[in-house]
Design a protein. Structure first.
Length: 219
């Protein structure tokens, strides 16, 4: 699918920005659009690393922001990853959207976040913000949960699960976009999330599996 095919479906500012970088969408991105990404549908995207999952989230979320529907909250499992995503989003969208990183003091309500369009955070911090009854939460239109398979993690899983449950109750009209490269039961998770399932095996670099033993490779 050519990017030009969705020109009429996304804001001009977003199209003009992406058109400088890409001309053709990747298979998972095309599937996500056909499953209702640009119509506000909830999605669970299960595709390999570097297959274009983040751009799927960006397409839906930035469209919602520019159309005045509300903010994006992007949830990742690690502070280092949150910092990386913050830098990426700020570099791409910083000229016309305000991007914030919120991974600090768990006892702070961070009221300044009310002024931002994109908020990158970790599950524990967002859980704290909810408990502080931050008024700006009602203006969130898109919630992205990266590495959603961690819902099955013994340590972090319960926080992620409870967080998703609370957000779905607080934000009745939000668009939920969950991303992962490794999910063992995608159909069950998609049903729990109330999301359409996007599965694709395409990857930008072919993956080879083999055994290296005493300078001999076996494939």
């Amino acid at each position: 699918m050519k990017l030009s095919e969705i020109k009429k479906d996304i804001p001009e500012k977003l199209f003009n920005l992406l058109d400088k970088e890409i001309k053709e969408l990747r298979p998972a991105q095309e599937k996500a659009i056909k499953k209702g990404l640009l119509k506000g549908k909830n999605l669970l995207v299960c595709t390999p690393t570097a297959s274009g999952k983040t751009l799927i989230a960006e397409l839906g979320a930035v469209k919602n922001i520019l159309e005045g529907k509300g903010k994006m909250v992007y949830i990742v499992p690690l502070k280092a990853l949150a910092t990386e995503k913050f830098k990426d989003f700020n570099k791409r969208y910083g000229n016309f959207l305000k991007v914030a990183l919120s991974i600090g003091d768990l006892d702070s309500a961070d009221p300044y976040l009310a002024e931002y369009d994109i908020i990158v955070t970790v599950a524990e911090k967002l859980d704290s913000l909810i408990r502080h009854h931050c008024p700006w939460l009602s203006s969130v239109a898109t919630v992205v949960v990266d590495e959603v398979h961690l819902v099955n993690d013994v340590g972090r899983g319960p926080t992620v699960e409870i967080l998703i449950t609370i957000l779905r109750k607080l934000l009745k009209n939000m668009q939920l976009i969950a991303l992962s490269a490794t999910i063992g039961n995608p159909e069950e998770l998609a049903e729990w999330l109330g999301a359409s399932l996007v599965i694709d095996k395409w990857r930008p670099v072919k993956l080879h599996k083999g055994i290296y033993f005493e300078e001999i490779e076996f494939y």
